[in-house]
Design a protein around this ligand. Structure first.
Ligand SMILES: Nc1ncnc2c1ncn2[C@@H]1O[C@H](COP(=O)(O)OP(=O)(O)OP(=O)(O)O)[C@@H](O)[C@H]1O
Ligand SMILES: [Mg+2]
Length: 152
């Protein structure tokens, strides 16, 4: 999962509260184009959490944004690509700070987003691409959609 980002279509989003919505629309459009409707619901849940986190990271760590992806802490980027039967979803933000999987108590206000990603994705992680910032990625497979449906 490390290395230079290959050229492929991506979505650039402003650091704005409505951006998770546009990310959800984007993954739906791309997945439907690939005839992977089976992954749409899961991918929308996951991208919503990852983009929300990316936006918070950009806002929280503006000092870390120098040399950020495409040179702007005002944006985050989303892309997807196919890897066999799986789809890899990536969200690129301007912060070098890594995400931390938490174990929230019932009365904790946050810490649930990555738990959801961890539950829905077959794998996830992050890396620091050469141009700057950080990419959080996850892989989605049809089996994860079925697993989620049986857990809900
Ligand atoms: N892209 C990111 N960059 C930097 N830190 C991150 C990023 N994503 C997550 N984190 C860190 O990991 C923690 C856990 O993320 P998680 O999404 O589980 O919880 P949250 O965003 O704090 O709350 P919630 O998602 O439940 O509203 C965050 O509090 C933050 O410290
Ligand atoms: Mg979150």
């Amino acid at each position: 999962m490390t290395g230079v980002i290959p050229r492929r279509p991506y979505l650039e989003l402003s650091v704005f509260p409505t951006s998770p919505y546009y990310a959800r629309m984007h993954v739906q459009r791309v997945l439907e184009g690939w005839r992977r409707e089976d992954l749409v619901e899961t991918a929308q849940l996951v991208v919503s959490e990852l983009v929300s986190n990316a936006i918070k990271a950009n806002v929280r760590h503006p000092a870390c944004s120098e040399g950020a992806a495409h040179g702007s802490p005002d944006h985050v980027w989303v892309d997807l690509y196919r890897a066999g039967a799986a789809v890899v979803l990536r969200v690129w933000d301007a912060s070098r700070t890594p995400p931390v999987l938490r174990s929230p108590d019932l009365d904790d206000e946050g810490g649930r987003g990555l738990c959801l990603v961890d539950m829905l994705a077959s794998s996830w992680g992050y890396y620091w691409p050469a141009p700057g910032g950080k990419i959080v990625w996850c892989t989605l497979t049809a089996a994860e959609s079925e697993t989620r449906d049986s857990k809900l």
